[in-house]
Design a protein. Structure first.
Length: 259
């Protein structure tokens, strides 16, 4: 599946409003793959680097790779860690990395909230030559989309978005049970030993955070014109306030395949 462009203002919203990762996520990932300060990790489909930066203090180096230049530009501006580098590329470029870096050079390949844009079966196969012994592919699912959660405020938000876009919203971005099982089965079929770890937390959201999170998931063409955004935010506010406070319950799934 071809990913839509997430450039321009969308990248700015992505950096400002996309969920980050609590320390427990990086700790679980490091434990699952046995990562040390000698390891290099590739964070594929890194976006603006939320997981990339979380891994940096725990590894030797992290390579954040994404096909959208504006995402990488935002990532660079937000990064102070000296052991992080940014690469322009997609999952289809992973075989070329084996040639560039050499086989067995990576401790892990991580994909955080981006696998639904990739050919996961091909990726799981092409990543293997890059991994050291007992290295792993890690699929991180960072909670459900704001508009598909099991809460009254989320249903109200979903209606506002459906009215705005003119279509019902069903896309789960790989967070649904069927997708998770498909990823697990594909990892197993590719010869990986599969493990699942879960981190749960809750956070109270402001209307600004809800709107920013929604805009971070749109293509530039879907964003309301700047002059219309205050009106959109007001519609979101009026929809969700009767169900407030808006508390999001986030379940982060860390699906690891170790070879």
């Amino acid at each position: 599946m071809t990913a839509p462009a997430f450039g321009g203002e969308v990248s700015e919203y992505y950096q400002r409003f996309r969920r980050g990762y609590p320390p427990e996520v990086a700790d679980a990932l490091v434990s699952a793959c046995g990562l040390t300060r000698d390891d290099v990790v590739l964070d594929l489909g890194c976006g603006t680097g939320q997981l990339t930066r979380a891994l940096a203090p725990r590894t030797g180096a992290v390579l954040g790779m994404d096909p959208e230049p504006d995402m990488l530009a935002e990532a660079r501006r937000a990064t102070a860690e000296p052991n992080v580098s940014w690469l322009l590329g997609a999952d289809t470029d992973v075989p070329a990395l084996t040639t560039a870096l050499g086989p067995g050079r990576l401790g892990a390949v991580t994909v955080a909230q981006a696998l639904h844009w990739m050919d996961h079966e091909r990726l799981f196969a092409t990543a293997r030559p890059l991994l050291r012994a007992v290295g792993g592919v890690v699929v991180v699912t960072n909670g459900e989309p704001l508009w598909l959660q099991d809460a009254a405020w989320s249903a109200a938000l979903r209606q506002v978005l459906s009215d705005q876009l003119g279509v019902p919203l069903h896309r789960t971005c790989g967070t649904d049970t069927a997708s998770q099982e498909r990823y697990r089965d594909a990892l197993s079929a590719a010869g990986y030993a599969v493990d699942l770890r879960v981190v749960d937390y809750s956070a109270t959201l402001t209307v600004e955070e809800i709107v920013g999170g929604v805009f971070s998931a749109m293509s530039p063409e879907q964003l309301p014109p700047p002059a219309s955004r205050p009106g959109f935010a007001d519609r979101v506010r009026r929809a969700v306030e009767p169900h407030g406070p808006v508390v999001e319950h986030v379940r982060i799934r860390i699906l690891t395949g170790v070879h």
